[in-house]
Design a protein around this ligand. Structure first.
Ligand code: UD1
Ligand code: CA
Length: 467
């Protein structure tokens, strides 16, 4: 019986990343909220490989721990094997360290661990071309406006692949070549193993270059294919903070383009910070300076004014978020209005048509249908019914220094300004609370609760005229 051809992906993420000048290992730097390595793992997973190998080295424990904890979130179902490279002497030795892993497979797709903009479709096309052309090796080559820093693809007179020359080793003529090695390859596993044995240290840092294996495979009379893509941006390798910012900008513009294609109105796409997983309905208007992050879903016909920040939240249709509103891990139903400068802390729920206005903070509370918390309030650990009107400056005193307590405010309660609720406390439906009250006991339905000192007037104790 002929064994089925098996494919794996190998990601090289052991390098020191010296040029980042950072204490955080390079693969963990985030691009649009997800570590670089997360983007590469997600793209790898969509190829449905038999396994994914990750070579770790510099900051190995941190990288391993962070990635392992997030594999499920990223939807990685292929078995992931971490391989430690102890001698950090180049991409060639990284692959050598992974020899026991790759020899279990027929074909290996190798990806540098610093190219988060890679596209699944290109990787698929690379694998298909590799198979169709019965190649020994294939490299993704792109022509870039500024090739400095990259390995150059040198071709023979007939146009065939000849070799890759690293930037550090290139002469003036070679440096002019604009076609670069993207750091994404497909190899016949057995040929790669043989070529790895033949590598010798190169360049100023005496490194083993993975890129040298291509010429070695060619010397075995096996076909080495350069697969070209015109989308050169997907090959951007992150070696510095400037390249990190550049990658972020490219990914954000891809996200913005996709949202606009789906009917979202972005007033200034390049000044809007939206993570790739975010979903937004048609005709929602997004003003500049907004941050929409994590697993957020926003409905249709919403308006997000400038400075709005939303993370891991669900916002339904026709919601207006005015300037400076901050929403975290919360749910907002349709037709609600927030802000300016409203703050929803985690586990807040706004029911249909609720309003949370200027400088109000809500935490772990339900604000019932059509209820209003319009001015300068703090509502925490509260269950509020429908049609409640909360006066300016109302505070739930939910914390006694040790424990948090609940406030329950039933439907159609009317709360005057500057009221304190000392929790645990319940206000029954249709009750009214006098302004300035500090409520410590239950207020029955349809009654007026008032708890404040009576006013005293002392004559001639005011300011003396003409004093
Ligand atoms: C590499 C390529 C270059 C290509 C460029 C594309 C080599 C020799 N050169 O250069 O031709 O144009 O990528 O972005 O491969 N790594 C290890 N162990 C090591 C050294 C590196 O795992 O000992 C990993 C790094 O973590 C990184 C990848 O290999 O993900 C490439 O290393 P890097 O130092 O970034 O190579 P470049 O100089 O960018
Ligand atoms: Ca690199």
């Amino acid at each position: 019986m002929v064994a089925q051809k098996k494919r794996c992906v190998l990601i090289l993420a052991a390098g020191k990343g010296t040029r980042m000048k950072s204490s955080l290992p390079k693969p963990l730097h985030a691009v649009c909220g997800t570590p670089i390595l997360g983007h590469i793992l997600k793209a790898s997973q969509s190829l449905n490989p038999a396994a994914i190998g990750v070579v770790v080295g510099h900051g190995a424990q941190t990288v391993l721990q962070t990635v392992q904890d997030r594999l499920a979130d990223w939807g990685i179902s292929a078995p992931v094997e971490f391989i430690e490279q102890t001698d950090l002497s180049g991409s060639g030795s990284a692959v050598k360290a992974a020899s026991p892993f790759i020899q279990k497979f027929d074909t290996v797709l190798i990806l540098n661990g610093d190219t988060p903009l890679l596209k699944t479709q290109t990787l698929c096309e690379m694998l298909n071309t590799f198979e169709a052309q019965q190649a020994g090796a294939l490299v993704l080559g792109v022509t870039v406006p500024d090739p400095s820093g990259y390995g150059r693809i040198v071709r023979q007179a007939n146009g065939d692949f000849q070799k890759i020359v690293e930037d550090a080793d290139a002469d003036a003529e070679t440096k002019k070549i604009a076609e670069i090695n993207s750091g994404m390859y497909v190899f016949d596993s057995a040929l790669l193993q043989t070529a790895l044995q033949q590598l010798t240290p190169q360049g100023p840092k005496h490194e083993y270059y993975l890129t040298d294996t291509l010429a070695l495979i060619k010397a075995q009379n096996r076909r080495v294919v350069v697969f070209n893509s015109t989308d050169y941006k997907q090959a951007l390798g992150i070696n510095s903070k400037a390249q990190l910012a550049q990658a972020q900008q490219i990914m954000r513009s891809r996200v913005a383009q996709k949202l606009m294609d789906e009917g979202v109105t972005l007033l200034q796409p390049d000044q809007t910070y939206i993570d790739p997983e975010v979903k937004i309905g048609a005709d929602t208007v997004i003003c500049p300076g907004t941050y929409i992050l994590g697993e957020t879903v926003i409905g249709k016909n919403c308006v997000l004014e400038g400075g709005v920040y939303i993370k891991d939240s669900q916002i339904a249709d026709n919601v207006t978020l005015k300037m400076g509103t901050y929403v975290e891990e919360s749910t907002v139903a349709e037709n609600c209005q927030l802000g300016p400068y409203a703050h929803l802390r985690p586990k807040s729920v706004l029911c249909k048509g609720a309003k949370v206005g200027n400088y109000s903070e809500i935490k772990k509370a339900v604000i019932g249908e059509g209820s209003k918390v319009n001015h300068l309030s703090y509502i925490g650990d509260t269950q509020m019914g429908a049609g409640v009107n909360v006066g300016a400056g109302t505070i739930t005193c939910n914390y006694d220094g040790k424990n948090k307590h609940q406030t329950i405010i039933e439907d159609h309660v009317f709360i005057g300004s500057n009221v304190n609720f000392v929790a645990p406390v319940t206000v029954r439906e249709y009750a009214k609370i006098g302004a300035g009250s500090t409520i410590t006991k239950e207020v029955p339905a349809e009654s007026l609760g008032i708890a404040r000192a009576r006013q005293v007037v002392l004559e001639n104790k005011g300011v003396k005229k003409n004093d």
